[in-house]
Design a binder for this molecule. Structure first.
Ligand code: SF4
Ligand code: SF4
Ligand code: SF4
Length: 426
């Protein structure tokens, strides 16, 4: 990989993973899981992390046999204090992959889907429920529409309605912050290829603080948003200084009360953090009654649900593009492993563009576990020889269900095998 081109912006958390030198045995196991070579140290010596190379993905943390890596950003107690403050509405933004993993922290079989119990436990803790699947649907609509615009620009020379620039093909998905940081730090020439859509977490924070005040009867300044994610990198994402859209919206409207900008997402808890929060509050998720949510922010489609699985984002976005063009449902795509490109799956779909009365055949690819798999894909794109128009990239092997913030019990394909069925097409 090329030299690091970008580290952190002012105000951004400069990485959330470190290695405890008192525990590290220098066994090198973590290095096999690190996508960027950020872990330093000779075999047998204490290891450390180069934060400028680190993506905060947490793969070293969940794969270290000795438990030496740890998270440096920990806000469970801060969230509990907010939950006890009756002047504040605390909104829990629950990602798709959390609900199939958190049950095991409360003695349920690995892979048990606990959406209703999770909602119930969160309600008991004092959260307002915001299902991240709701904004996964929004992300899909944005990414699908953007892809259509880029494709029509590339094929038919169509211009932007508003005169803005249209990004090149292939379009990369942008919902994985570890992947976005990899592009920014190691492949900055490809930044224009990233979708301009925010991730579901960041859309949720913005929606909660713009539409939320009308739904919950609270000023944006009194809404505290908590991303509940399978992912450690989401902690860094939420701290990026550009993610203050709700504040900017209220400032333009003239009803911003806060003198200084506030973030769209105030803090992020991993699945492990949420388990700890429940335990500190004496809430046993396994014994909670099922709860269905209490606002439209708990509504979502099957497309949002498959976000947690590799291939889900791109397939759902293509479905949107297909529906816009044809008014019909796209059948589930059949992915095939691509010869010579390890860890990459591809598919093709032909769309009839009714506006131009022409058929477009779209080649799509899905990459996960980027350490070993992404380089040849990006080299093809950089050299102009990539056959693909749309590429989904997720840092973690298997996607977010195997994220660095998930419970550390079970491992490998048996764990993935237990949870994958929940992300099948609904
Ligand atoms: S896997 Fe754990 S113990 Fe082994 S070198 Fe890495 S951090 Fe240290
Ligand atoms: S968090 Fe991810 S990128 Fe950072 S050192 Fe660990 S495995 Fe490498
Ligand atoms: S694949 Fe998912 S869990 Fe892993 S770094 Fe990306 S967003 Fe986070």
């Amino acid at each position: 990989m090329s030299a690091v081109a970008r580290t952190y912006q002012k105000g951004e958390i400069p990485g959330v993973i470190a290695i405890n030198p008192d525990i590290c045995k220098g066994c090198d196991a973590c290095k096999r899981h690190c996508p960027t070579g950020a872990i330093q140290g000779m075999f047998g010596a204490t290891h450390s992390i180069d934060v400028d190379r680190c993506l905060s993905c947490g793969q070293c943390l969940i794969n270290c046999p000795f438990g030496a890596p740890y998270e440096t950003s920990f806000t469970v107690d801060e969230v509990i204090a907010k939950l006890k403050d009756k002047s504040v509405s605390v909104v829990g933004i629950i990602a798709p992959a959390v609900r199939v993993a958190i049950g095991e922290d409360f003695g349920l079989p690995v892979g048990t889907l606990v959406t209703g119990k999770l909602y119930g436990a969160m309600k008991k803790a004092g959260f307002l429920i915001f299902d991240n699947n709701f904004t996964a649907d929004l992300t899909i609509m944005e990414e699908g529409s953007e892809f259509l615009q880029r494709a029509r620009h590339a094929i038919f020379g169509e211009k932007s309605e508003h005169g803005g620039e249209i990004g090149p093909l292939p379009q990369f998905t942008s919902c994985c912050p570890a992947w976005v940081r990899l592009v920014e730090t190691h492949y900055p020439a490809l930044i224009p290829n990233l979708s301009s859509a925010k991730s579901p977490q960041q859309m949720a924070g913005t929606v909660a603080k713009t539409y939320g005040p009308a739904v919950w009867g609270k000023k944006a300044e009194k809404i505290y948003t908590v991303g509940i994610m399978p992912c450690t990198a989401k902690k860094v994402e939420a701290s990026r200084p550009e993610f203050k859209s709700a504040y900017e919206y209220h400032k333009q409207k003239g009803d911003a009360e806060a003198a200084t900008p506030y973030p769209d997402v105030d803090t992020v808890l991993t699945t492990r953090d949420l388990s700890l929060l429940f335990k500190k509050m004496n809430i046993d998720l396994a014994k909670e009654a099922e709860y269905g949510g209490d606002s439209l922010f708990a509504e979502y489609t099957g497309a949002g649900t498959i976000f947690g699985n590799t291939g889900g984002v791109m397939e759902a976005a293509l479905r949107t593009a297909y529906a816009i063009l044809t008014g019909q449902e796209l059948k589930p795509l059949e992915f095939k492993p691509v010869r010579g490109l390890k860890g990459v799956k591809s598919a093709s779909v032909t769309l009839k563009d009714s506006k131009y009365n022409k058929e477009i055949t779209v080649q799509v690819a899905v990459v996960h576990g980027i350490g070993a798999n992404i380089k040849p894909v990006l080299e093809e794109v950089l050299s102009g020889t990539s056959p693909y128009h749309f590429i989904e990239v997720m840092n973690c092997p298997g996607g977010c269900i195997n994220g660095g913030g998930q419970p550390i019990v079970g491992s490998g394909s048996s764990w993935l095998g237990a949870v994958l069925p929940w992300f099948a097409w609904k």
